[in-house]
Design a protein around this ligand. Structure first.
Ligand code: Z5A
Length: 210
């Protein structure tokens, strides 16, 4: 595999989507071949699954059904879009990936991490990000940022305690895999966060001779 797979993670409103946009523009200006995408989603089938997952009307969805839908969307996304882009030597920037499942379904819903890791391995056929940026922010601050910007989805409707467990799970992943997962404080201005994210990614690309 020639490409580089970079993911960006964090709780709601941490600023992932904003930073992914800046980073994508910056890397494209530097001349890197690039693919930007998101989870759940990134292909027609996975985007259709996303609509089912986030629909606030789907309050009856069981945690197991939810988990399999996230992994199903991921299997399609990896096979149809991410692997081909990596094979073509591109940098793939992805808004959320397996760590979101570990944090939300594992940390938030209490599902066993060992089981989740087995499912990740099946869905991705062993593909793991080379670098993950975790934007860490207080849950209340993140939720405040997205309040009123767009309608709340099914996961956002969860309690503050749920989102706090998700944040702690993300931090735990970072402490378990400090080489891959780099934490950036998300509460700073967009510009400050942008500078830190750019510096981390540039350093990574330099050291990996991409
Ligand atoms: N989910 C899951 O449970 N399991 C899984 O396996 C996966 C996902 C993959 C959809 O994700 C949901 O699916 C999500 C997790 C769950 N749960 N929820 N809800 P999503 O990524 O599509 O949705 P999201 O997490 O809610 O992301 P978001 O709304 O796109 O937020 P964001 O990307 O973190 O932030 P943003 O869009 O860049 O910024 C939000 C607002 O804050 C916006 O107005 C910005 O202008 C502002 N902003 C951004 N940065 C700053 C700074 N630094 N200062 C001040 N204001 C800022």
């Amino acid at each position: 595999m020639k490409g580089v797979f970079i993911t960006i993670e964090g709780v709601e409103g941490c600023g992932k989507t904003t930073q992914l946009r800046y980073l994508g523009r910056h890397l494209a200006e530097m001349g890197y071949p690039l693919e930007t995408t998101r989870e759940p989603g990134g292909t027609a089938i996975a985007e259709a699954v996303r609509a089912v997952l986030l629909d606030p009307a789907h309050t009856a969805m069981t945690p197991t059904a939810e988990l399999f839908l996230y992994e199903a969307a991921r299997a399609q996304h990896v096979s149809e879009r991410i692997r081909p882009a990596l094979k073509a030597g591109r940098i793939v920037l992805c808004d959320r990936f397996v760590d979101s499942t570990t944090a939300y379904q594992g940390g938030g819903r209490g599902m066993a991490w060992e089981t989740l890791n087995q499912l990740h391995a099946i869905a991705t056929e062993g593909l793991w990000p080379h670098l993950t940026i975790l934007l860490d922010i207080a849950v209340e601050e993140g939720l405040q940022r997205v309040q009123g910007v767009r309608p709340r989805d099914r996961i956002e409707e969860e309690s503050l305690a749920f989102h706090e467990r998700v944040r702690q799970a993300f931090l735990q992943i970072a402490s378990l895999e400090p080489e891959r997962v780099r934490v950036v404080e998300g509460h700073h201005s967009v510009e400050t966060v942008r500078e830190r994210v750019t510096a981390l990614v540039e350093e990574f690309l330099r050291s990996h001779e991409f």
